[in-house]
Design a protein around this ligand. Structure first.
Ligand code: HEC
Ligand code: HEC
Length: 399
C-alpha cells in the first residue's frame, strides 16, 4: 500500500503538477535560439536533473572556478589562444547564465543548482606538441632541422633565423647571451614585421611552451649555456622636440653614422668594411619591431652582430674637454681620424653639435657628480638616441 502511495507522489512530481518537469525545462532551453545554437555547435546538451519541488539542477562541463582550456576551445566558437581565454570563458559563462535564467523563470522553479558532468567534445582538439606546431607553422621558413633553410626561405626579404646557431637579436638579456623564454614567446606571438614572419596567437600557453622547448633542442648552445641576465630598463622620458636633438648629437658623437650613415640608410663610410649587410634603419627593415621601447632595448642589449654592441652608460657620459677637438667619443670599431664627421655632415649640423658640446660639463664637474646623476643623464641620452633612430626610420615615438 505504502509503495503505491510513493509512486503516486512521484508521478505528481514528474508530471509537473507540483513543479516543472525536466522535459519542460529542456524545452524552454531549446526554445531559446542562443542556447539552441550553442548546443548545436558544441554538442553539449545542458542536462536537467531532478526537478523536485521546484529545486532543479543543470549540468555544465567544467567547474565555474576552473575553466578547462580544451573544453573552452570546443564549446566556444573561437579558437582559444593566448589572448582570448577570458573572452572565451565569458562567452561560455554567458550561455550557462542564460540557461540558468531560463530555467529559473519556469513556472514553479524555486532555485537552480549546477553540477559538473562529464563531456567529451565531439572531435575535441587536444593540445598539440611543440614539434607538431613547428612542423605546421614554422618549418616552411626555418627548415625541418632549424637551419633557416625551409622551402619558403628564399622568397623572404631576410634569411630566417638559424636555430642551430641560436644567435638571437630580440632579447631582454645581455649582449650575445641566450634569450629568456619570454623573449622567444614575444617574437612568436607578435611576429616580425620586417621579415614577413606572421605573429601567431592561436596556440595555447602549453603549446607555446612546448614550441619554445622544440626550438631549443635544435642547438647545443641551450645545453651549454643559460639565458643571460635581463638588462634593467629605465623609464622612458617625456617625448619632446629637444629629445630628438639630443638623440641626433648622440648619434653623431658615438659614430653610429660611420656604419649606418648620417641618415640611417646603412651606407656610412665604414659600412664597406663590415662583413655583414647593414640594413637601413627604416621602419620596414627593423628586425624586432618599431616601437621606442623595442629600439631602446636593442640599444641596451645589442643585436647578435659583433659590430652592434650595446650602448653602455660609460659611452654616454659625454665630457666637454674630451669631445671639443675630436667631436666623437672613443668607441670600438669607429675611427674619428679615418672617417671624419666633416665628410658626412653639413657645416651647419657640425656647428650645432659644437654648440651642444659647449654646454656639457667638463671632466672635473662630472668627477664630483653623484654616480646616480651621471647614470641618469646617460639613461636619458640612450632614450634620446632610441627616439632619434625612430625619427630616422620615419616613425614617431608617439605612434
Ligand atoms: C614566413 C616565414 C617565417 C615563418 C612562417 C616563421 N618565421 Fe621565424 N623568422 C623568419 C625570418 C625571416 C626571421 C629573421 C628575422 C630577421 O632577421 O629580421 C625569423 C626569425 C625568428 C626568430 C628569431 C628572432 C630573434 O630574436 O632574432 C625566432 C625565435 C623565430 N623566427 C621563431 C619562429 C617560430 C617559432 C615560428 C613558427 C611559429 C616562425 N618563426 C615562423 C621567418 C619566418
Ligand atoms: C661598426 C659598425 C656599427 C656601428 C658603429 C653601429 N652599428 Fe648599429 N648595427 C651594425 C650592424 C652590423 C647591425 C646588425 C645588422 C643590421 O641589423 O643591419 C646593427 C644593428 C643596429 C640596430 C638594429 C636594427 C634592427 O634591425 O632593429 C640598431 C637600432 C642600430 N644598429 C643602431 C645603432 C646606433 C644607434 C649606433 C650608435 C650608437 C650604432 N648602431 C652603431 C653596425 C654598427
Amino acid at each position: 500500500m505504502n509503495s503505491t502511495r510513493t509512486w503516486i507522489t512521484l508521478l505528481i512530481v514528474v508530471c509537473g503538477c507540483s513543479g516543472p518537469s525536466r522535459e519542460s525545462i529542456r524545452e524552454a532551453l531549446l526554445a531559446d535560439p542562443d542556447i539552441a545554437a550553442f548546443e548545436n555547435r558544441t554538442g553539449f546538451e545542458i542536462p536537467v536533473f531532478a526537478a523536485d519541488r521546484g529545486y532543479i539542477t543543470l549540468g555544465r562541463p567544467y567547474p565555474e572556478s576552473a575553466p578547462d582550456p580544451d573544453l573552452l576551445r570546443a564549446i566556444a566558437d573561437l579558437p582559444l589562444d593566448l589572448t582570448n581565454a577570458e573572452e572565451l570563458t565569458e562567452r561560455a559563462e554567458t550561455m550557462f547564465r542564460k540557461a540558468g535564467g531560463i530555467a529559473a523563470a519556469e513556472k514553479g522553479v524555486q532555485s537552480v543548482y549546477w553540477r559538473v558532468v562529464d563531456f567529451e567534445p565531439p572531435g575535441a582538439i587536444g593540445e598539440r606538441s611543440g614539434e607538431a606546431v613547428y612542423a605546421e607553422l614554422c618549418a616552411t621558413c626555418h627548415g625541418d632541422d632549424g637551419f633557416g633553410d625551409g622551402p619558403s626561405a628564399d622568397a623572404l626579404p631576410f634569411p630566417p633565423a638559424n636555430f642551430v646557431v641560436a644567435d638571437f637579436n630580440c632579447r631582454s638579456t645581455a649582449y650575445r647571451t641566450l634569450p629568456e623564454d619570454a623573449d622567444l614567446i614575444g617574437t612568436i606571438t607578435e611576429g616580425l614585421l620586417a621579415a614577413e614572419m606572421p605573429g601567431n596567437v592561436s596556440m595555447t600557453p602549453g603549446e607555446l611552451q612546448s614550441l619554445v622547448a622544440h626550438i631549443k633542442q635544435f642547438s647545443r648552445r641551450w645545453l651549454d649555456e643559460v639565458p643571460g641576465p635581463v638588462v634593467p630598463i629605465t623609464d622612458p622620458p617625456e617625448i619632446a622636440p629637444e629629445l630628438f636633438d639630443e638623440g641626433r648629437y648622440t648619434y653623431m658623437v658615438l659614430g653610429c653614422w660611420q656604419c649606418h650613415g648620417p641618415r640611417g640608410d646603412g651606407e656610412g663610410p665604414m659600412a664597406h668594411l663590415i662583413d655583414e649587410p647593414i640594413r637601413p634603419l627604416k621602419r620596414d627593415q627593423l628586425r624586432c619591431g618599431t616601437t621606442l621601447r623595442i629600439l631602446h632595448r636593442t640599444l641596451i642589449t645589442g643585436t647578435s652582430s659583433r659590430f652592434m654592441q650595446p650602448v653602455e652608460n660609460a659611452d654616454l657620459t659625454f665630457i666637454r674637454d674630451s669631445l671639443e677637438d675630436r667631436l666623437m667619443a672613443h668607441r670600438e670599431h669607429i675611427d674619428a681620424e679615418a672617417y671624419p664627421m666633416q665628410d658626412s655632415y653639413s657645416e651647419t649640423e657640425i656647428a650645432q653639435l659644437r654648440d651642444h658640446i659647449a654646454t656639457l660639463p667638463v671632466w672635473r664637474q662630472i668627477d664630483r657628480m653623484p654616480a646616480e646623476e651621471v647614470a641618469s643623464a646617460a639613461a636619458h641620452r640612450r632614450w634620446a638616441l632610441a627616439a632619434y633612430v625612430m625619427s630616422l626610420a620615419g616613425l614617431a615615438p608617439a605612434e
